[in-house]
Design a protein. Structure first.
Lengths: 247, 68
């Protein structure tokens, strides 16, 4: 169960970030040509692999209790950021991320930009696809590294992240348009819940806590946090309606 | 050089701390108190979930107030 949740967390986190990266890559590739765009994608992917390869062994040198504390704190910080944004979007306070609109904006910008050739590459296409994939992938790389620091989890965590990258990549190649139908906010909500639950579990363990029920406490934390988050979403929606009718 | 260093710090601040620094500060404080209570033999497993719920509530209330 524990392993399944880890795979689900990295699959969803990787999937949602790759959907956003795909929008940028498609817009740049279609308008500026594929060669420089794909070199940018490959360079960013290689950079992310190097980050994972360097950070993974560095974390493995930290003593287990301190590691759990650090990893738990990081997961809590990332998880609460994802959850906070997802709740604000779900309750209507912040607009939902619109891939079709983002695609149109990127397309217009890519068409308007001038051409500078460096190292035989269209520099605009290279830098934009490189930055897009690197920045969207950086958080996933950190999530993978932190999850993989728990003993025996590396294959599970990496398989979840890689499966999402492959799935989004295949969808992009065949559909050749942004994946607007993907329920991004629901996925972000779920990622926020999973990261925060694991963060609480490992962070508290690192701080010396013995959880009642052992590993089963993760499910209880997940259920508790889901109830709190859904309650807060409903409360915020109610506030929004009250403000609208009063104003 | 100075602006590049500032940009680097800003990027990592936004990446790790995010939009609301009080959430990050609250998480660190809650972990510190949990550790302190644990060393004194107090069963403090309940503290972090309660603090996380309260931090989320306070942060969302502030954000909703700003957006209205």
């Amino acid at each position: 169960m524990h392993g399944l949740l880890l795979v689900l967390a990295t699959f969803l986190a990787s999937g949602v970030e790759m959907v956003e990266a795909l929008t940028i890559v498609l817009a740049v590739g279609i308008t500026r040509g594929w060669r420089s765009t794909l070199v940018g994608v490959a360079t960013a992917t290689l950079s992310l692999a190097v980050i994972v390869a360097l950070l993974g062994p560095a974390l493995a040198r930290i003593p287990i209790d301190a590691l759990r504390l650090v990893v738990g704190a990081l997961l809590l910080l990332f998880g609460l950021q994802w959850l906070r944004k997802a709740i604000l979007r779900a309750s209507g306070y912040v607009a939902l991320h619109d891939e079709a609109e983002a695609f149109r904006t990127q397309l217009t910008a890519a068409q308007a930009a001038g051409t500078v050739i460096r190292a035989g590459l269209d520099w605009y296409a290279f830098t934009l696809s490189f930055k897009g994939v690197l920045l969207e992938g950086l958080e996933v790389a950190f999530i993978v590294v932190t999850f993989a620091s728990a003993p025996g989890t590396f294959p599970l965590v990496v398989s979840g992240a890689v499966a999402a990258v492959v799935l989004v990549g295949i969808a992009g190649v065949f559909l050749h348009r942004p994946l607007s139908a993907v329920p991004e906010n629901t996925m972000k909500f779920a990622v926020g819940l999973l990261l925060t639950s694991f963060g609480m579990f490992w962070g508290a363990e690192g701080a010396g806590v013995d959880w009642p029920g052992g590993d089963g406490a993760i499910l209880a934390l997940l259920a508790f946090l889901a109830l709190v988050s859904l309650g807060l979403t409903s409360w915020l929606r109610h506030q929004q309606v009250r403000a609208f009718t009063a104003g | 050089m100075g602006s590049a260093a500032l940009g680097f710090v800003r990027f990592w601040y936004a990446f790790i701390v995010g939009d609301d620094w009080t959430v990050a500060a609250g998480v660190i404080a809650a972990l510190a108190v949990t550790s302190m209570l644990g060393r004194r033999g107090v069963a403090a497993w309940w503290l972090l979930p309660v603090v996380v719920g309260l931090l989320l509530f306070a942060s969302l209330r502030r954000a909703a107030g700003k957006h209205q």
